[in-house]
Structures are given as C-alpha cells and as structure tokens.
Design a protein around this ligand. Structure first.
Ligand code: NAP
Length: 270
C-alpha cells in the first residue's frame, strides 16, 4: 500500500500505517510514492498491475484521480474529492476518509453542536469534508472566511446556510462563543508562529476550536484561542482516524484503540 502526492516527504501516513501493521501483526507495507501531476493515469494502471492493494491520495491529486477510478463511494462523489483508493479486479474504487476523521475529531469535544453556528477558515480541499460533517451534525449556520472570496463562493456559495466572507470580514459574525475550524496551512512549515487571522477581536467569538494542523502541536491559532478563553485542539485525531479508516478499507482489519493511542504518541514524537 502507499500514498501518492507531490510533495510527499512530509507525510506521516507511512509511519502510521506501518505502525498499525506491526502492532496488529498484519503483513502489510506502506510506502510514499512521489507523483507529478499529469502522471496519475499511468501511476494507477501501474499500481494495479503490480497488485498494490490500496493508495492514499494527497495534494495535488485528490480531484485528478477521479476520472481513472473503477467506481466511487457516494459520499466521496458528493464531495468531489477522494483520498483513499481500494483495489478491485478492474481498477481502484475511491473513498474519502477525511469525513470519518473529522467526525472523530469533533466527537473529542463531547459536545452536541446541533443548532449552533460555526466558523470555518479556508476553502481548500479539506474544507469540503469539514463543511459536509458540520451540515450532517445540523449546525444552523456556517461563516466561511477565506483569503480569496471568489474561490470560496464558487465552491460553497450555493449552500443556503453558508455565508462567505473575506478574512477581515469576521466582524459580521454575531458575537458569541462559536465552534471554529482552521483549515488553512498557515501556522505550519515556513509560517510557524503565524495565524490566518491575528486580530485578537476575532478570538472573542470562539468557544471551541480545531486547527487541522497537527505539527507543531500548538499553533499560533490555538494559542490565540486559548488566550481569549476558548478551548483548542490540533488535527491529530483527524489524521489518526482517517488513517485507521483507510487501513480498514485496505485490509478489512479494524485497528484497536490501544494501537491508535500508541501510534498517536509515536507520530507526535517524529
Ligand atoms: P489547500 O487545498 O491547499 O487549501 C489551502 C487553504 O488555505 C485555502 O483556503 C487558501 O486560501 C488558504 N491559504 C493558503 N495560504 C494562505 C495565507 N497565507 N493566508 C490565508 N489563507 C491561506 O489545502 P487543504 O488540503 O485544504 O489543507 C489545509 C490544511 O489542512 C493543511 O494545513 C493540511 O495539512 C491540513 N489537513 C489536515 C488533515 C488532518 O488529518 N489533520 C487532513 C487534511 C488537511 P485561498 O483560497 O485564498 O488560496
């Protein structure tokens, strides 16, 4: 099994899947496959010929793989993005395990969010699964803040209870302690120490927050939420549980809670 993407060196998926295999005593190996855009069809045909049992898909291929699949799970089809491919006799079937991962992440708050409003920052690939889960949990309204308003409008503007705003438009959000999900890459890599919104006034509107970034363990966004009296989590649980779900789809094996806990500690230490 493996993962296709570009870049791929930073991915923690190989470490996670190989830990699952070792701890659960299952004979699988998972490797990173660097793959340039334009080569997706050839790569899937080659992987199929070589009997690669399953592939995870990361940026920039989550949409491009769709035309080469032998079928797609209805939930992934509705989102228009797949991140998990399972081998069939004729090709690969596509799934999206970010939905399961984000559901688990929110369950960690042990709160019923039904009827509450939410703020989502970012309108990229992962924002689709995030908004899908918020809708399924019956949140009443979603305030979607994005650097490029047109992109967010194009993707999510048609949803009746979603309002798109620029990043500095947060003052239009009614005061209150809302759930907030940070879905941009600002705060990791070269932007460690930065947050997509740095005005402290924004953070007074947040009660509970998830930053989907999991490295560093505490981002600047999380620090600002906590400083303003809110509760903040990073995206580690989402990362772990989307991997657990992928592993189940690839092998039919459900990873035990003890192994999930061990793997979570191990990837944090990487
Ligand atoms: P993506 O498709 O590249 O989207 C990036 C988003 O970030 C866009 O909304 C983009 O705005 C915004 N953005 C980029 N640079 C910005 C800046 N300097 N200031 C403000 N906004 C900026 O990425 P993605 O796949 O959605 O992933 C987003 C984040 O989620 C990444 O950090 C990724 O690691 C994380 N993630 C975590 C998990 C997990 O399991 N925990 C799973 C998936 C993703 P524009 O529209 O204006 O370009």
């Amino acid at each position: 099994m493996g993962i296709i993407g570009d870049p791929i060196d930073h991915s923690r998926s190989p470490a996670l899947h190989n830990l699952f295999a070792k701890a659960e005593g299952i004979d699988t190996v998972y490797v990173p496959f660097p793959l340039k855009s334009g080569n997706v069809g050839d790569a899937l045909a080659g992987a199929h010929a070589l009997h690669v049992a399953g592939l995870n898909v990361t940026m920039p291929h989550k949409k491009a793989v769709i035309e080469y699949l032998d079928g797609i799970d209805p939930a992934a089809e509705a989102l228009g993005a797949v991140n998990t491919l399972v081998r069939t006799e004729r090709g690969y079937r596509g799934y999206n395990t970010d939905v399961v991962g984000f559901e688990k992440e929110l369950k960690g708050f042990q709160t019923d969010f039904e009827g509450q409003e939410a703020i989502v920052i970012g309108a990229g690939g992962v924002s689709g699964p995030v908004i899908h889960v918020l809708q399924s949990m019956k949140l009443s309204h979603i305030w979607l803040l994005n650097r490029t308003v047109e992109k967010a409008e194009e993707k999510f503007g048609h949803i009746s209870n979603v309002t798109v705003l620029p990043l500095d438009g947060f003052r239009e959000i009614p005061e209150g302690r809302h759930l907030c999900v940070q879905c941009t890459g600002v705060g990791m890599g070269a932007s460690i120490g930065r947050a997509p919104i740095e005005d402290p006034g924004f953070y007074k509107r947040i009660g509970k927050a998830v930053d989907l970034i999991y490295s560093p363990e505490e981002t600047e966004f999380m620090r600002l939420v906590r400083e303003a009296g809110g509760e903040a989590k990073n995206g580690l649980e989402m990362l772990l549980y989307q991997a657990v779900e992928s592993y189940r789809l690839f092998t039919g094996h459900q990873v035990s809670p003890e192994t999930v806990e061990m793997a979570g500690k191990a990837v944090c230490d990487v």
